[in-house]
Design a protein around this ligand. Sequence first.
Ligand code: HEM
Length: 264
Amino acid sequence: MGESINSESVEKSSASHPHPDVTGRYYIPGFPIGEGKTDYEKYLRTPELLSLQKTPSETVSPDELLFQVTHQASELWMKLMLKELKALVKAMNEDKLWVALRSLRLVHDCQRLLIQQVDLIGSHISIVEYGKIRVVLGQGSGMESPGFNWLLEMAPILGEAFHQLLTRRQMTIRQIYTDYQDHMELHTLAEALMDFDDLFHKWRAHHLALVARTIGTESHSLKGLATQVLQKGVKTRFFPELLEIRSTLTNESGLAYGGQPLPN
Ligand code: HEM
């Protein structure tokens, strides 16, 4: 997490490029940071990146590359999300709501990509091939995903920063929904947090559908009956008060047209 160009590589590279190279190009200190034939390869460290997947002779299944790439790419997008979520908390703490919203927009788009990736693997992985991959995963479980666990840790921190913001502004959630036109900044931020919660919930629902079509609903995993474990997660919401306000306001307005509770 939080990788930076280390001082050793900066020193080495600035020392090796004090002058323009043979092509006449100048390199700023810190470049290149990796090995490779071209600047593209050196900057993006593609030789290392592309060696992080099993070779064809090492794979146990033709679908194993699909499995590895989907998971590795997801971890990278979650790494970016974590960075943006930290920026979001900082911006909320500093009352910079448009800065906060800018970070959240990027986070939402990363979440949409993550949803597409579970859909993609679900539509393409063969259930027989997954059976072969499963046995080489060791005790590995998606629940150990570092990216996913960072996101779970960030959610209460976001909720707390939002509550502190409301307290500083002497506002309640109810006010920013009922009088939303007067509190558009806070209202928009609350809705963007709702989107984050919703998209996380949708990822879990799509992943559950993927698991159901890949290993079935009655199979056992390391953590118990797979779909039961995952269903519990699907029911979890990060900001329940943002959902509750909808029920509260709907029920209040429903009373006006004589809504009746269902008989037991
Ligand atoms: C063939 C594809 C997949 C299968 C069969 C599968 C299966 C499962 C199962 C059975 C679980 C429940 C926990 C356990 O028993 O280990 C789980 C959890 C999880 N998997 Fe997957 N998975 C797949 C793809 C993915 C992908 C592409 C990701 C992307 C990062 C992912 C991330 C996770 C995460 C984060 C959890 C924990 C979810 C939660 O706590 O709500 N999985 N997976």
